[in-house]
Ligand binder design. Structure first.
Ligand code: SF4
Ligand SMILES: [Zn+2]
Length: 325
């Protein structure tokens, strides 16, 4: 009863005809910086809803097809004629019809086609990638399908992240998309729980290499401690620290591009961080690298905490003993 009332109160508070967020920024389009519009739509939320680091579940609300169309219309008011890339995120899967009703999906695609947008980016779990759903998008406009692969290691994805799909599922989805001329972005997670800093860094590097042949672009996600997650409970007990920005730099330097990274929450306790003094500069260098793909400036970064990061990794290697993964 109390929960039902809380949900009703929440629905009253939320305006389901407005998107969660919308902003303009720059993105890569065929290797060149381009104006982009990012839209976060409020949907019912991810059907899977089990990943250990994901707190999106708390953000869902029962938005109908017409609510979602209204949300998108409202987001487009923030667009401009220079925008050529549109990214639509739903905190779940754009291609899941239970989350994004077909009527809303088709109307959104139709509007983007009319605006002659050059690239659409949508996120989806691989199980919703079918010949038909891919065709629906690609018949309207060039589409990049972003999949949260997180790691190429099935054991880590299953046990540490609880992602619920395999590398093979990702590879098959990638083939379906590529066969029809679409593109794939693979998200990789730097520092799932239960991995030491060094293990996480090495896993991200080897995952990037393994995912490369199935992906047109890689996106390195630096784990943030989101609310009401397994990761948050571990963090509160002192069993989890978000990744060092040095580890992110190391991955970006070691992996052939294109690889992008948005250092969300950099420098905060819940986000990826170093010593506090160098975080802002390093986050900015990561943002610059996104558009230039030039690793030379990354090689010049330094701070006294770099040696602490290295020592900590060595100490962890000794204390972790036999690697968990
Ligand atoms: S990370 Fe993605 S698949 Fe996992 S629960 Fe969150 S939205 Fe769903
Ligand atoms: Zn520092």
């Amino acid at each position: 009863m109390a929960r039902a009332r809380a949900n009703r109160d929440k629905e009253r508070e939320l305006d389901l005809t407005r998107p969660v967020s919308v902003w303009r920024s720059k993105d890569l389009l065929e290797g060149q910086p381009a104006q982009s519009l990012t839209v976060i739509l409020r949907t019912v939320g991810c059907r899977w809803n089990r990943c250990t680091m994901c707190g999106y579940a708390g953000e869902g609300a029962p938005a109908s097809a017409s609510d979602l169309i209204a949300q998108f219309g409202s987001a487009l008011e923030r667009s401009s004629p220079e925008v050529s890339v549109v990214k639509i995120y739903t905190s779940g899967s754009f291609l899941d019809p239970a989350e994004m009703p077909v009527q809303a999906r088709d109307e959104i695609l139709k509007r983007l086609e009319r605006l002659a947008i050059k690239k659409l980016v949508v996120e989806t779990r691989p199980e919703y990638i079918t010949e038909q759903t891919v065709e629906t998008c690609l018949s309207r406009l060039p589409t990049e399908f972003a999949i949260g692969l997180e790691t190429a290691n099935d054991l880590i994805r299953d046990k540490a992240i609880r992602k619920g799909f395999t590398f093979q599922d990702f590879a098959i989805a990638s083939e379906v998309v590529h066969r029809q001329g679409g593109s794939i972005k693979a998200y990789l997670l730097l520092k799932p729980p239960l991995l030491s800093e060094g293990q996480a860094m090495r896993d991200a590097i080897s995952s990037a290499r393994a995912a490369r042949s199935y992906s047109d672009i890689l996106s390195l996600n630096l784990c943030n401690v989101q609310r009401n997650t397994v990761v948050e409970r571990m963090w509160e007990r002192g069993e989890y620290r978000p990744p060092w920005l040095w580890s992110a730099i190391e991955v970006l330097k070691s992996v052939p591009g294109p690889i992008v990274c948005d250092p969300v929450g950099a420098g905060t306790r819940r986000g990826p961080h170093n010593c506090g003094a160098c975080d802002e500069g390093i986050a900015e260098a990561i943002r610059v690298h996104d558009l230039s793909q030039d690793i030379t400036p990354l090689q010049k970064l330094d701070c006294q905490c770099k040696s602490t990061w290295k020592e900590l990794m060595e100490a962890e290697e000794e204390s972790f003993g036999a690697a968990l993964f």
